[in-house]
Structure formats: C-alpha cells, structure tokens
Ligand binder design. Sequence first.
Ligand code: ADP
Ligand code: ADP
Length: 229
Amino acid sequence: MASLGFKQVIKRYGVGPAAVQVIHGVDAQIHDGEFIVMVGPSGCGKSTLLRMVAGLEDITGGEITIGERTVNGIEPAKRDIAMVFQNYALYPHMSVFDNMAYGLRIRRLPEAEVRARVEAAAKTLELSALLQRRPSQLSGGQRQRVAMGRAIVRQPQVFLFDEPLSNLDAKLRAQTRLEIQKLHRTLGITSLFVTHDQVEAMTLAQRMMVMNGGRMEQFATPEEVYRRP
Ligand code: ADP
Ligand code: ADP
C-alpha cells in the first residue's frame, strides 16, 4: 500500500504551436489505502490522469508520487500499479490459473512464487475451485473476478480502474461493484476509480475527485459532492 500524490500536474498533448494543454495543474494527496472515485464530463482529463499514473503518458509538468517515490520517467512495469480496464479480455484457450499466472510468468517469476500468488488471489476472490476451468465455463461474474485476479497477482501498491463496469449489464455491474468493494475491504489497496455512475461513486468512494476542463474542482466525500444546496 502507498499514498498517491499529484503535485501541480500538467499535461499537454502535441508539441509547438499544435500543443494542447488538457490538464492544468492538479494537486491532490490520496492516502494509503484510500478509495478515490474520479468523475467529470467526457473529455475533462480523467483517462489522461490515470494514464499518467500508469506511465502510459508522459507527465508534462509537475510530479506524481507513489509512496515516497516520484514516478515521473519511471517505466510502467516498475511503478507498482495495476490497471483494471473496461474490456479486460481473458485468454479463451487458457485455464483460469494460467490466465492469472500469465503476466507473472512473462516476468519470469519462479513458478513456486507464481503458484503461491495465484492461489492466494484465487482464495481472496473465491475462485479456488475454478482454477482449472476455461473462461467459457465461467459465469460473467466469475470472469470479472478472474480479470481482477490478474491485477491482484501483480501485488500492486495502487489500483487504477478505468470505468471497469461500464460495459456490463445492470446485474453484473452491481455484482462486480460489490466485489470491488469487498476486495478493497480485504486488501485495502489504494484505488483510483473512474466512472460516470453516481451509484458507483456513492457506494465506493471515500473521497471523490471531481474534474472539469482539466482542473480538479472538488476533492471531497460523496456526501459533500452530492449535497444539494
Ligand atoms: P476523459 O477521460 O475525461 O474523457 P481524456 O483524458 O480522454 O478525458 O481527454 C482529455 C482531453 O485530452 C480531451 O480534450 C481529449 O480530446 C484530449 N486527448 C486525449 N488523448 C489525446 C491525445 N492522444 N492527443 C491529443 N489530445 C488528446
Ligand atoms: P500481461 O499479462 O497483461 O501481458 P505483462 O506482465 O506481460 O502483462 O506486462 C506487459 C506490460 O504491460 C508491462 O509493462 C506491464 O507493466 C504492463 N501491464 C500489464 N498488465 C497491466 C495491468 N493490469 N496494469 C498495469 N500495467 C500492466
């Protein structure tokens, strides 16, 4: 676990006269183990911020920190983050175990360590009995849990969620939301979760980052954000 800090973070896309600034100095300190939901209209810079934390975009100005460490310039694989995407496709020809193990094996972790991590994640996600199944033999909810398992086995300090529920039907969305909530209670990993959905924000967020036009307009609890005057 680690804190996640934004210090005067700026992002420009492009160079020279064609450059466009899309993030205008975001400042926020997210505590160890905190669950933050980021909301804001389309194009306000949510994905850009997540991608800068993940190292998928350069940080034009300012600083992003994970724990004590500045991540500016550090390659994505060394940032101790895991990202859960909208369409985290599982490999259909691999077992649940192999799906979860894949990323670790690519990084050449010893097989005993791979097994230990996959089994621990499976236990947390109640997938232990399903490790030899193929994705096609799982329910939608179980598949979602395997997708989360692939992120957990990385043992990240920070979880980044880029609208992971938005393509699911209502039932599976609710189910997966509860699963994420439970996971956070169990593991307490610092989380930054982007969504458009007010129910998700209300139920998941300890605090919310409300973005607008590349600026952070509010950083407050859901009660404060949704309080009607
Ligand atoms: P959100 O996730 O809130 O919808 P984004 O971070 O995707 O917003 O986009 C923020 C702004 O940056 C938008 O104006 C978008 O058009 C622009 N943008 C995003 N990616 C690029 C890119 N690769 N090149 C140029 N502009 C981009
Ligand atoms: P995968 O199993 O998705 O192929 P790898 O461990 O092979 O993952 O990683 C390939 C690259 O993609 C690395 O730079 C890694 O940091 C990045 N990466 C893979 N999965 C994630 C994830 N869930 N979150 C963040 N980065 C990831």
